[in-house]
Design a protein around this ligand. Structure first.
Ligand code: PEP
Length: 250
């Protein structure tokens, strides 16, 4: 039985006041739901997040991690530093990292290996652009992104403690959600691609959908058999919306 998960990616949003208010609200509003709730604040708010959330049901993680484990890498944050603030999770390969910071599939695979070395559960994000979808290349693009992991020697071990997120780039921050059927088609393809190598790993792997998920689109998405939850951007900053999305997956 796969866990149900709703994760909030705050991106570069927030302030000390906002973190305090949002997390204290979510602590109450998402209590006793049958879904795992995870938040990804900007790095600088991780100490505050830890203070507010320790002893609560909500987990937290980093939006990224450095490719190196330590050293002269100005501005970077290592996996060990995330662990120092009790992060259990890390986002890897978000399309904004791929697009704006030129992260390659190889960088992303290395980051997954580092995350696993530090007992961080990674959420590996994959997804196609609108041009790729319209050219009929969605499955090829997704397969290439997943193969970056499946070609690693210990990929089975890596995926034991991992989550995948299908995030079509054309749906991120645009207000255009993929329809439940469009999302299910790709989720099913991801699971089948992994099942070709190992059925058990594929069946146990949680796959989240991300891309403009809102309370009114969440229910239909969560009814799909291969959609185990959501990675939520914009709506995760709105306590009522994020709570409602968590309730839809409970
Ligand atoms: C995201 O950043 O992962 C995301 C899905 O954003 P949004 O929900 O705003 O589209």
């Amino acid at each position: 039985m796969r866990p149900k998960i709703v994760a909030g990616n705050w991106k570069m949003h927030g302030s000390k006041t906002m973190v305090e208010e949002l997390l204290n609200t979510l602590k109450k509003s998402t209590k006793n739901l049958n879904t795992e709730v995870i938040v990804f604040p900007p790095y600088i708010y991780l100490p505050q997040t830890q203070t507010i959330l320790e002893d609560s049901h909500i987990q937290w993680g980093g939006q990224n991690l450095a490719l190196a484990e330590q050293g002269a890498y100005t501005g970077e944050i290592s996996a060990a530093m995330l662990r120092d603030f009790a992060c259990g999770y890390v986002l890897i390969g978000h399309s904004e990292r791929r697009q704006y910071y030129h992260e390659t599939d190889d960088d992303i695979a290395q980051k997954c290996l580092i995350a696993a070395r530090y007992q961080l559960t990674f959420i590996l994000c994959v997804g196609e652009t609108l041009e790729q979808r319209e050219a009929g290349n969605t499955f090829n693009v997704i397969k290439k992104q997943i193969n970056a992991i499946l070609t690693l020697e210990n990929w089975r071990d890596l995926l034991q403690n991992a989550i995948l997120a299908y995030e079509p780039i054309w749906a991120i921050g645009t207000g255009k959600t993929a329809s439940p059927e469009q999302a299910q088609e790709v989720h099913q393809f991801i699971r089948a691609t992994i099942a070709e190598q190992d059925t058990k790993t594929a069946l146990n792997l949680p796959i989240l959908y991300g891309g403009s998920v809102k309370p009114n689109s969440a229910k239909g998405l969560f009814e799909m058999i291969d959609i185990d939850g959501a990675l939520v951007g914009g709506a995760s900053l709105q306590p009522d919306d994020f709570t409602e999305i968590c309730q839809c997956n409970s």
